[in-house]
Design a protein around this ligand. Structure first.
Ligand SMILES: [Zn+2]
Length: 152
């Protein structure tokens, strides 16, 4: 069965590690990305000890990087996997949605980003506040700096 997370779009990959791959996502939240397991596993509870340890290291790297680069206040982490179960033959693959959250407005190359829902649950239908040039800039910033933060 085809699995989106087993073969992520290479042009969106920020970092591929031994156990996890960090993938750029829709920029409705500045710096939003997805972390998925390199192994096709269907449930968070099936992570190996090595995957769990590396998950902590990856999450720490993402958190510290996005705080430094864009000044996010904190991050929302979510492993939901709801949509796949609406399909006739669900083929889940463990992945974590990462949405950085911002108490204050952020200036990204002249575009002022505002986290309109800060202090409450993220909006799954939040609009993207950036043009394509700025989105590419955000992608490059995260990709080019990630290894400064990732300690294996
Ligand atoms: Zn998969």
């Amino acid at each position: 069965m085809d699995c989106y997370y087993c073969t992520p779009d290479e042009s969106k990959v920020l970092y591929k590690g031994k156990f996890w791959t960090l993938v750029f996502h829709k920029q409705d939240y500045l710096g939003r990305c997805i972390l998925n397991t390199n192994r096709h596993i269907d449930n968070f509870s099936k992570l190996s000890d090595d995957e769990i340890i590396d998950l902590r290291n990856m999450l720490s790297a993402v958190e510290n990087e996005l705080k430094d680069l864009f000044g996010c206040t904190m991050l929302n982490w979510a492993c939901n996997m709801n949509n796949v179960y609406s399909e006739e033959n669900p083929n889940p693959h463990v992945h974590i949605h990462i949405r950085p959250r911002y108490k204050n407005p952020v200036n990204i190359n002249g575009t002022i980003y505002v986290d309109r829902e800060f202090g409450s649950h993220y909006d799954r239908k939040a609009s993207v506040q950036f043009d394509t040039v700025t989105i590419k800039f955000i992608f490059n910033q995260i990709k080019d700096n990630f290894l400064k933060y990732y300690i294996k």
